[in-house]
Design a protein around this ligand. Structure first.
Ligand SMILES: CC(C)(COP(=O)(O)OP(=O)(O)OC[C@H]1O[C@@H](n2cnc3c(N)ncnc32)[C@H](O)[C@@H]1OP(=O)(O)O)[C@@H](O)C(=O)NCCC(=O)NCCS
Length: 396
């Protein structure tokens, strides 16, 4: 029988446009970890192990030496855009397995303006070569377009062709997430746009306009993960949030078999990760109140509604028609503004999602609070592929 695991402290920096703030990754880490430790009411001495995530080469030890040098094991984690959730997953595994009582998970990134390439580092093998090949076999690949918007945009195109969603549905998701971020002081953008602004923004890859794409960002986020014993000994029961289920899925051969863009960008991985995480938490998607979902592009939010079981296959856009994924609807998806408006510093994103959901379940999310939020779900995906789904519940 595995031990229970709890988030007892969270903290993050504001996410910033690259180049707009004079800081390096250790500065970000110090700010985010300092806030998470203060939130938990513990000092760095309490941390028995640390998992620190970054896609672009920030080193965990270097980042944490600004916080403390206690000699504990520090592991740098890299798992594409699911890096932050992967650091959290590993921290939780240690607590679940009874190998530690208090573990730190950190995610951080310093990025550049403009689109991402298809790989990281110097190898000629990109992490998404299977994905690119499979997608290119299914529909023409446009060499002059950036790969990431193209991959997720192709998933949107496939959904429109097969199931009848329209560019309006994708624009609404961009509009919704920007609107949510108005109340999030940590968000890179806090501007409310009209639907027309979103529709008429520069086209990046049809149907995705710029206001439906996550920007590049700088920032960090952190969580302190603890055992039941630690929660009790430190009197943290009132603020602890249980990680009731957490699973990370990778691709199977089926992800590539029929050259479906929807499958290639991770809907199958999401489906499997969600099934495991929800089962572990002993809840159904209908029991969930609030969701932080990996809306790297609006198309991914829509196809993920179906992969999470919020709508039957081919009917995700009906949730948009019913405004069922914003305040007043069935679920509130991305109250933080999501990646589209809060920003997406790759390694930090999963832990920022964890921070938002922790605040939501504590009832401390200020103007973006989802009323009576009791069960929360986090979805964080990295092509290559790592799909993380976590389910959170209040400790008491
Ligand atoms: C959207 C994108 C194509 C825009 O790239 P770009 O136009 O070449 O370059 P920039 O990053 O300089 O953005 C241009 C401007 O648009 C703004 N912008 C970008 N995305 C925005 C968004 N979602 N909302 C509001 N403004 C945005 C930038 O802040 C910048 O503003 P500025 O001119 O005032 O400085 C690029 O940011 C992108 O590819 N994003 C996706 C990143 C990605 O793939 N992440 C991993 C996903 S899994």
């Amino acid at each position: 029988m595995a031990n229970r695991s709890f988030v007892v402290g969270v903290g993050m920096t504001k996410f910033e446009k690259p180049g707009s703030r004079d800081w390096e990754y250790p500065d970000m880490a110090k700010e985010a970890v300092g806030r998470a430790l203060a939130d938990a009411g513990v000092t760095y001495d309490a941390i028995e192990q640390a998992y620190a995530g970054s896609v672009y080469g920030a080193m965990g030890q270097r980042a944490l030496y600004e916080v403390g040098m206690s000699g504990v094991p520090v592991m740098t984690v890299s798992n594409a855009c699911a890096t932050g959730s992967s650091a959290l997953y590993l921290a939780r595994q240690m607590v679940r397995g009874g190998l530690a009582d208090c573990v730190l998970a950190l995610g951080m990134e310093k990025m550049q303006k403009g689109s991402l390439g298809a790989g990281v580092g110097r190898s000629s093998v990109t992490i998404i070569d299977h994905h690119l090949r499979s997608m290119a076999a299914g529909r023409p690949w446009e060499m002059d377009k950036a790969p990431m918007p193209q991959m997720f945009g192709n998933a949107g195109r496939e959904h429109m062709e097969k199931y009848g969603s329209t560019p309006e549905h994708y624009a609404w998701i961009g509009w919704k997430n920007h609107k949510h971020s108005v109340n999030n002081p940590y968000a890179q953008f806090q501007t409310e746009y009209s639907l027309d602004d979103v529709r008429n923004a520069p086209m990046i890859f049809d149907p995705l306009t710029k206001l439906q794409c996550s920007p590049t960002s700088d920032g960090a986020a952190a969580a302190v993960v603890a055992s039941e014993r630690f929660v009790d000994e430190h009197g943290l029961g009132d603020q602890a949030v249980e990680i009731a289920g957490h699973h990370i899925a990778s691709d199977t051969a089926a992800s590539f078999e029929d050259h479906s863009s929807i499958q290639v960008v991770g809907s199958d991985c999401t489906r499997r990760a969600a099934a495991r995480a929800l089962a572990e938490a002993e809840v159904a998607i209908e029991d969930v109140d609030v969701i932080e979902l990996h809306d790297c592009f609006s198309a991914n939010e829509l196809i993920t509604y179906e992969a999470l079981g919020m709508a039957p296959l081919g009917e995700g856009h009906k949730l948009v028609d019913a405004a069922d994924t914003t305040y007043g609807g069935r679920w509130v998806v991305n109250p933080s503004g999501g990646l589209i408006s809060k920003g997406h510093p790759l390694g930090a994103t999963g832990l920022a999602q964890c921070a938002e959901l922790t605040w939501q379940l504590r009832g401390k999310a200020d103007a973006r609070q989802v009323e009576n939020a009791r069960v929360a779900l986090q979805h964080n995906i990295g092509l290559g592929s790592a799909c993380a789904v976590a389910v959170y519940k209040p400790a008491t």
